[in-house]
Design a protein around this ligand. Structure first.
Ligand SMILES: *[C@@H]1O[C@H](CO)[C@@H](O)[C@H](O)[C@H]1NC(C)=O
Ligand SMILES: *[C@@H]1O[C@H](CO)[C@@H](O)[C@H](O)[C@H]1NC(C)=O
Ligand SMILES: *[C@@H]1O[C@H](CO)[C@@H](O)[C@H](O)[C@H]1NC(C)=O
Ligand SMILES: *[C@@H]1O[C@H](CO)[C@@H](O)[C@H](O)[C@H]1NC(C)=O
Ligand SMILES: *[C@@H]1O[C@H](CO)[C@@H](O)[C@H](O)[C@H]1NC(C)=O
Ligand SMILES: *[C@@H]1O[C@H](CO)[C@@H](O)[C@H](O)[C@H]1NC(C)=O
Ligand SMILES: *[C@@H]1O[C@H](CO)[C@@H](O)[C@H](O)[C@H]1NC(C)=O
Ligand SMILES: *[C@@H]1O[C@H](CO)[C@@H](O)[C@H](O)[C@H]1NC(C)=O
Length: 538
């Protein structure tokens, strides 16, 4: 059932008299901020990403008519951060900030392109440095850069960009939104914690919220499977075999055999069914040895300190199908670069020296105050709303870390008589990986126009092609909640036959707000969202 398109929400505010040039933008800036560029782009233009922006090099194409702006802002200890701002001619009166990924530094013009198609004045911060998402070397002996990355650059960019937006349209923004995934999810939750006035609604996907513990875990979990020459090593091919067995054992528990594991916690997976017999060849990829079973059990066990305190919760079963952190010849730099550069162990630090003291060091430094705390009461009290989500087979950020965060926010707010569900909801996405996409084996409905998702289809798309409404588009769902008080109980996920052409749909399914789960009603086309309902297990 389709609803009114979003822009029926409000009138379009024209930009008729606004001038798009550096002098006009500079006049709107507070002290310590200066214009890098400001120029108009006609409808259908391509925004050419400046060569200096290494983090997000992809040009934004087929844009609506807009004013493209970039500004540099002075920050602590002589550092600066920059941001990009797209001011569309057909403005919807609202403001949207997009997020970053990993340790990446650079303005995410691609996600700005997705946002500006809705009519938002849309920004992205460079977080105060240049780098690819997996490179943390910029942080070494530069705590001011880490602080910019942790929280200062996003907040500072939002404040200055709102001032520009109000001056440019001669009108204050009516509502402010945030939409980011991964590090972007963390940035959104950090804003809610530290700067509750910045946004009315925050969409925070797969949030990397526990920087101090997740980055060490990233190294720890890889080390369970290293070195690649060990008899306990599990290769990518063997993980694929394990994944097929996981799907076989754990798919039916949700009530429907469809290759999508929707209830991994309801499954008591027994990898012993894969044990090799007497005639197995060395390095077999179709069966497991005892030592390999040990490795698998370690990977799927929460990381605990010696005193049994939880350091970081691990993957949910199903995530082994894309073992991104598990099969390299060394741990992922998202773990080791953090230890070398954010914790100042130095470039020569050897991952074979990893031990749990790293976690205590990490807690004591708390680099850039990036880790998000649980007290979101200030954001609740000002009427803010959060919609979070997490792919259930996320190979980079364990799915379990989002329910953990949610449950701890609930623990923190219940004694303050704050009902978490009144302002913070999240949904799990069966069969979705990290922020977007689904493994071919599962073919799960994963698309709902979340941050980073548009470009995984085709960056020219607007919203959810064919279903541009609040039932299918998470950002429109957030707007309906903030502006109309329409509380979302699910968002429908869509799987297209071909992502690139995004014409025909394979299946759609409700993604239910935690702790509810989608259950097949028992009749009707299983590929039709109407054949499913959100059911509470508690
Ligand atoms: C933009 O270009 C596409 C073809 O690439 C065309 O169909 C569309 O009408 C153009 N839109 C505008 C506003 O010029
Ligand atoms: C990023 O690198 C480019 C080229 O090396 C440089 O011009 C630019 O100032 C850098 N940006 C930041 C924020 O350091
Ligand atoms: C900032 O730079 C100036 C000029 O190079 C220097 O004198 C000052 O000590 C620096 N301040 C900080 C906090 O690093
Ligand atoms: C925006 O809001 C501020 C604070 O309420 C007010 O002082 C200012 O006049 C408003 N600006 C415009 C352009 O309406
Ligand atoms: C098994 O894998 C190890 C480590 O990669 C390699 O050294 C060894 O040659 C392999 N053995 C066979 C039979 O492929
Ligand atoms: C348990 O150990 C961890 C890691 O060493 C430490 O950070 C934490 O404070 C300890 N907790 C208690 C309750 O002793
Ligand atoms: C790390 O330490 C191990 C074990 O001592 C050693 O074999 C390896 O060569 C070292 N790696 C580097 C890059 O120094
Ligand atoms: C999807 O469509 C694109 C564009 O038509 C085509 O190039 C691609 O091969 C298709 N992919 C699949 C898996 O069919």
């Amino acid at each position: 059932m389709k609803q009114e398109p979003l822009l029926a929400f409000g009138v379009l505010f024209g930009a008729a008299n606004a001038k798009c040039d550096p002098a006009t933008i500079q006049a709107a800036l507070p002290g310590g901020a200066s214009v890098n560029f400001a120029y108009a782009l006609a409808a259908n233009s391509t925004f050419e990403v400046p060569k200096s922006s290494t983090g997000y090099p992809t040009n934004a194409v087929n844009l609506p008519a807009l004013c493209a702006v970039s500004v540099q802002v002075e920050s602590i200890s002589n550092s600066t951060f920059g941001f990009g701002l797209f001011l569309p001619d057909d403005w919807n009166g609202r403001f949207l900030a997009t997020g970053n990924g990993g340790f990446g530094g650079g303005i995410n013009y691609l996600d700005m392109g997705a946002g500006v198609r809705y009519g938002f004045a849309t920004i992205s911060t460079d977080t105060g440095h240049n780098s690819s998402t997996g490179d943390g070397s910029w942080a070494y002996q530069h705590p001011e850069r880490v602080e910019n990355w942790g929280h200062l650059a996003m907040h500072g960019s939002v404040v200055v960009a709102k001032a520009i937006t109000a001056a440019y349209y001669a009108q204050n923004v009516s509502y402010s939104y945030y939409s980011g995934c991964s590090t972007g999810g963390r940035q959104g939750l950090k804003e809610a914690e530290f700067y509750p006035e910045d946004f009315d609604g925050i969409v925070a996907g797969a949030p990397a919220w526990w920087t101090t513990h997740m980055q060490p875990w990233t190294a720890r979990v890889a080390l369970y499977n290293l070195p690649t020459t060990a008899d306990y090593y599990i290769s990518a091919e063997l993980f694929s075999t394990i994944n097929t067995e996981v799907i076989k054992q754990c798919d039916p528990q949700d009530g429907l055999v469809d290759s999508i594991i929707s209830d991994p916690k309801g499954c008591n997976f027994r990898p012993e069914t894969l044990l090799c017999g007497a005639n197995a060849t060395p390095n077999a990829t179709s069966c497991m040895t005892g030592p390999q079973l040990n490795t698998l059990y370690k990977i799927f066990t929460d990381y605990l300190a010696e005193n049994n305190t939880l350091i970081f919760p691990t993957y949910w079963i199903g995530s082994e199908g894309q073992p991104a952190l598990l099969t390299g010849s060394a741990p992922n730099p998202l773990g080791t670069d953090y230890i070398k550069y954010f914790l100042s162990k130095g470039p020569d630090w050897n991952y074979s020296d990893y031990n749990d003291d790293i976690v205590e060091l990490s807690d004591s430094i708390n680099p850039g105050k990036a880790t998000v705390g649980f007290d979101l009461s200030a954001f609740h009290n000002r009427g803010g709303k959060i919609l979070s989500y997490h792919g259930m087979v996320d190979p980079l950020i364990p799915t379990s870390s989002t329910p953990y965060f949610y449950n701890h926010v609930q623990r923190t707010l219940a004694p303050k008589s704050i009902e978490i569900d009144s302002f913070f909801k999240f949904f799990l996405v069966p069969g979705m990986g990290h922020c977007s996409s689904t493994p071919t084996k599962m073919n799960a409905p994963w698309y709902f126009a979340g941050p980073n998702q548009q470009s995984a289809l085709d960056q020219r798309v607007y919203s959810v092609p064919g279903y541009e409404d609040e039932e299918h588009d998470v950002l429109l769902a957030m707007m309906a909640w903030v502006e109309k008080g329409r509380v979302p109980s699910y968002v429908v996920g869509t799987k297209y036959v071909n992502e690139t052409t995004h014409m025909d749909v394979v299946r759609q399914r409700p993604l239910c707000m935690y702790p509810k789960q989608a259950k097949y009603k028992g009749e009707g086309n299983v590929n039709d969202a109407q054949s499913w309902e959100c059911k509470s297990l508690y």
